[in-house]
Design a protein around this ligand. Structure first.
Ligand code: ADE
Length: 226
């Protein structure tokens, strides 16, 4: 998979792609992530990339030209399965969304800032608009990082144990059951006997029961969509 990120703040995204599972996935050629600075495409002599909103609305808007030039430059060499714009007024992001994006080959992700980007870019290029939650961040960079993290860990080869990713919370609309590791007793605190029994059928049944109970308690809305 190749992901092109368009941002005014590459330094916000860099640390994220230089650490942990994402870095390993890049090193293993599971994913290629290229960051593009929108400012590099400004034709303004002061490299200005934002301007006041027409109609007098408060806040600055990222101009159409540098985004247009950057996107067109990339389109000369690549075709994209999706051109995604990160925005709080986008579609709600969830595990199902992550699963479907993880199957794509080429993604472009545009990060907004200030009041957002000129609507004409959204109208003419963007194929998906994604919100990671009902709150407003200062820019789309953190949101893009969240989306990339959730996608890349699902690509075969990114994490050593893919079954681990497939049993995460939300994969089957259930929250994950509790997990324990050695030692069996610590500070007088014990591990449920069933997990030490070696009886895989009973352990699977226990996991499911725990998942169902937790989901009923914390996220009953998830059970409606099963
Ligand atoms: N940009 C600012 N806030 C955002 C959010 N909640 N989701 C996606 N992009 C954003």
């Amino acid at each position: 998979m190749r992901i092109d990120i368009l941002t005014l703040f590459p330094e916000q995204v860099h640390p994220f792609i230089s650490t942990s599972i994402i870095k390993k996935a890049i090193d293993k050629n599971v994913v290629e992530i290229i960051i593009h600075n929108i400012r590099d495409y400004s034709k303004d002599k002061h490299k200005k990339v934002d301007d006041y909103a027409f109609g007098g609305a408060a806040g600055m808007v990222i101009k159409v030209e540098p985004l247009h030039l950057c996107i067109e430059e990339l389109l000369k060499s690549y075709s994209y399965d999706e051109i995604i714009y990160m925005t709080p007024d986008g579609d709600s992001y969830n595990q199902k969304y992550a699963n479907s994006l993880s199957l794509k080959n080429n993604l472009m992700i545009i990060c907004g800032h200030y009041k957002g980007i000129d609507q004409r870019i959204r109208d003419n290029y963007v194929t998906k608009e994604i919100s990671i939650g009902d709150y407003v961040l200062t820019g789309g960079e953190l949101a893009a990082s969240v989306v990339i993290d959730s996608i890349v860990r699902l690509i075969p080869g990114a994490i050593s144990d893919i079954t681990s990713a497939l049993t995460d919370s939300f994969q089957d609309n259930l929250l994950a059951p509790p997990v324990y590791t050695r030692p069996e007793v610590y500070n007088g605190w014990t591990v449920p006997d069933i997990l030490l029994s070696g009886n895989t059928a009973q352990i699977d049944a226990w996991h499911l029961e725990q998942s169902l109970e937790k989901t009923k308690l914390r996220r009953p809305d998830l059970l409606d969509s099963i």
